[in-house]
Design a binder for this molecule. Sequence first.
Ligand code: PLP
Length: 447
Amino acid sequence: MNRNDDWMQRDLASLWHPCTQMKDHETLPVVPIRRGKGVWLEDFEGKRYLDIVSSWWVNIFGHANERINARIKQQLDELEHVILSGFTHRPVIELSERLGRLAPTGLGHCFYADNGSSAIEIALKMSYHYWRNVGRPEKRRFLTITNGYHGETLGALSVGDVALYTDTYRPLLLDVIKVPAPDGFGLPREQWVEQARACFVHMERALERHAGELAAVIVEPLIQCAGGMRMYPPEYLTWLREACDRYGVQLIFDEVAVGFGRTGTLFACEQTGVRPDFLCLSKALTGGYLPLSVVMTSDDVYTAFYDDYATLKAFLHSHSYTGNPLACAAALATLDIFEQDDVIATNRGKAAQMERLAAPLREHAHVGDVRQTGMILAIEMVRDKASLSPYDFRERRGLRVFRHALSRGVMLRPLGNVIYWMPPYVITPEELELVAEVTHEGLEIAT
Ligand code: PLP
């Protein structure tokens, strides 16, 4: 038995893995990772895997990044954790000040948690509570677009719309209004925007009809990631802000997946100049090192909660590890790297290379669409190229690509029929070439 097998057996005897049908592991390995460096992870037998999914979209500056390591080690010697209610600490103050300067103007109040789903719960609760505090308790529903994903806790699932995750739990979920999401599947840019405009009619109608009972609209700006990397034009966000203002409804941007440079700007909403009422951030916030999330909000929201204790207007929401100092130190190191290395500009060249490498895949008989926004590139497999009819999800074509890529040392984890590249920003041109080659082979084998 090799050392991997030993760890695998011990793992399967004692762990239950997330987002996994555990029976799959009767034939599929659960890969025990011993260490990581840059974009590479290494198992106990010394085999390396290129982390093209950034370890669930969190790792942007590579594993074992020296600058982030150093900052965490330094913090560890000072303070590992302290309660954030009634107490505070240097990293969380510095991080809040810096995020306030980087985010769209006017989102100067940071409320922390430790994962993306919790950030969504906070934004939903805060929006509902805001309306209650300003004397409009009837505004307690949420509106969103189909195909969204906002996490797995009950509130976050309620505003999500990926059937695979939500359907089982439907009886437990909030009654949320959903309108069709814009979808640019294969369209040239002008038609894409036109299609989004036509689709916005549904949003406009829902806002008009339900404004009196609506607290907020929630969307993932520009890219619906877990819903299959579905991309829509920035214009949609501009129309949405304008309509929310007109109907007196708040706006929540979930940038948990797309924040921190993924779309070509530090925050996706920068591309529209639109400011949400709540900006939810997590994942890459700490460079993929430690769990941390933050909801950034406005003076208007903050002051609606600011009153004597007896009014019960306070936001009495908490998590034990809120604003953990080590995680905040990792986030500060991450922001330093953005500043020092001109990451956004460097990423442009890498995104262009991704586009070039993926171009030949468009011709593949079973590729229906190749789409890209910044450092996210998605390849959608279809049964029939002409009609774009999809493969049945039970055929698990993506899993076939995954298996092949794993054997070639690339972690090409699919989303159903969608294969995607979402690399750490430190990936080299040669490494991207390897990913393209293995993707092509995987498509040949899987389709
Ligand atoms: N929101 C979006 C857009 C996400 O992609 C995710 C996770 O993938 C979440 C929220 C939930 O974050 P977490 O997995 O940290 O709870």
